[in-house]
Ligand binder design. Structure first.
Ligand SMILES: Cc1ncc(COP(=O)(O)O)c(C=O)c1O
Length: 402
């Protein structure tokens, strides 16, 4: 069903130009309606979105079961603060923790989930004077000051200093480097099990196990930022489940409630008490609407066998992309983990993404040279293959221009 807006794209953009702070580099497209992996703009043009909602629309646009759950919940209770108990929060925590581990704290975003993890690490290590967190180059953890300082990319710190005290930056895959940064004041190591914004970078085999061993040796918490890799994105409920490593803490957001703002920090039950009453809170965190949405997303993924679908489609996509790499020398590397796909080019990726957008396929350019896809987990094989063909045409054209 195509729904044309009351006003066209340009009229919508004009209002932004006058009243909205221009802190985002927006594309000149105003979206009004979506279904599955398709989305329509205010002028009636449709797009195949292989990066829906920056990974938040994990079941695509307006999946019917999620829409129903939100509508029903909204009619009953939208927001209840954490002064009270609500069934939905307990049930969603149970859902997540029984597929993972531990106990959950809910908030609204990835940055907030990471703030909770950093606070937990400081509270846990505080008696021993431990507060420092080691994070990794190319990582991304969010824009609030704790999460931003944890993000070891200087471009995000420019003009905002001084950053928060208590962080040190290591290089991924350099275990000895990490060891050299650990001292009496170190409380935790925090890493994305697959770096998303950093260009879908997958740690070398054994690296995450090595971090676990270092944490065990020095009494540190191992925190996995699963904001992007969580909720089935990688083909298992959580990214850590493919690493052979049990972290002490994971953080979640993005697809957690299918596009409704929702974040979570999950930690081992034995350390959950360190986040004692009064030490952390979030007014909206864990409210009825977000929890009902999260449960609907989780149940849909489980009942519709979507994790298996992700694994199957991922293998298929990888095979295609590896074949392209043989044919197109501008492809430096293919990196695929579930429905996280990075095509690393020898040339800037933004023009390739722009060409695809002209052809009606929405993607993301990250880390200068990487074309990134975070398709909906339930994207159909036909849609994904159609999108890949269009990306290939764009890359072929660019290879010809080099
Ligand atoms: C791994 C990771 N952590 C944290 C964040 C920050 O999440 P939010 O924008 O919801 O604060 C992001 C966002 O892209 C992310 O990819």
């Amino acid at each position: 069903m195509t729904q044309v807006a009351q006003v066209g794209s340009q009229a919508i953009i004009d209002v932004f130009d006058q009243y909205v702070i221009p802190n985002y580099r927006r594309q000149p497209i105003a979206l009004v309606h979506g279904e599955g992996s398709r989305v329509w703009d205010a002028d009636g043009r449709s797009y195949l979105d292989l990066f829906p909602g920056w990974g938040c629309n994990i079941l695509g646009y307006s999946p019917p079961r999620l829409v129903r759950a939100i509508q029903e919940q909204a009619a009953q209770l939208i927001h209840v603060p954490n002064t009270w108990y609500i069934e939905q929060q307990g049930r969603f925590a149970e859902f997540l923790c029984t597929r993972g581990f531990g106990k959950a704290f809910f908030c609204n975003s990835g940055a907030e989930a990471n703030e909770a993890a950093i606070k937990l690490a400081r509270l846990h290590g505080g008696a021993a004077g431990r507060y420092r967190v080691i994070t990794f180059e190319n990582g991304f953890h969010g824009r609030t000051f704790g999460a931003l300082t944890a993000t070891a990319q200087p471009k995000y710190h420019e003009g905002l200093g001084p950053m928060m005290a208590g962080f040190r930056y290591a290089r991924m895959n350099d275990l000895e480097g990490v060891r050299g940064l650990i001292d009496q004041e170190t409380a935790a190591i925090m890493i994305e099990p697959v770096q998303g914004e950093g260009g879908v970078r997958i740690p070398d085999a054994g690296f995450l196990q090595g971090l676990r061993a270092l944490c065990d040796e020095h009494g540190l918490l191992l925190i996995f930022d699963e904001v992007q890799t969580g909720m089935g994105r990688t083909g298992t409920w959580f990214g850590y489940q493919q690493s052979g490593v049990q972290p002490d803490v994971i953080t979640l957001a993005k697809g957690l409630a299918g596009g409704v703002a929702c974040g979570a920090m999950i930690c081992r039950s034995e350390i959950a008490g360190d986040l004692r009453p009064g030490m952390h809170a979030s007014t909206f965190g864990g409210n009825s609407l977000a929890m009902a949405a999260g449960l609907a997303v989780g149940q849909t993924i489980e009942e519709e066998g979507i994790l298996q679908h992700v694994q199957d489609l991922s293998a298929q996509a990888r095979a295609h992309l590896l074949q392209w790499q043989q044919e197109l020398p501008i492809i430096r590397e293919i990196r695929v983990r579930g429905m996280m796909i990075g095509i690393d080019l020898t040339i800037p990726s933004a023009p390739a993404v722009a060409k695809c957008m002209e052809r009606g396929v929405l993607l993301n350019a990250t880390n200068d040279t990487v074309v990134r896809l975070l398709p909906a987990l339930n994207v159909s094989e036909a849609d994904l293959m159609e999108g890949l063909e269009i990306i290939k045409e764009a890359l072929e054209q660019m290879a010809g221009d080099v």
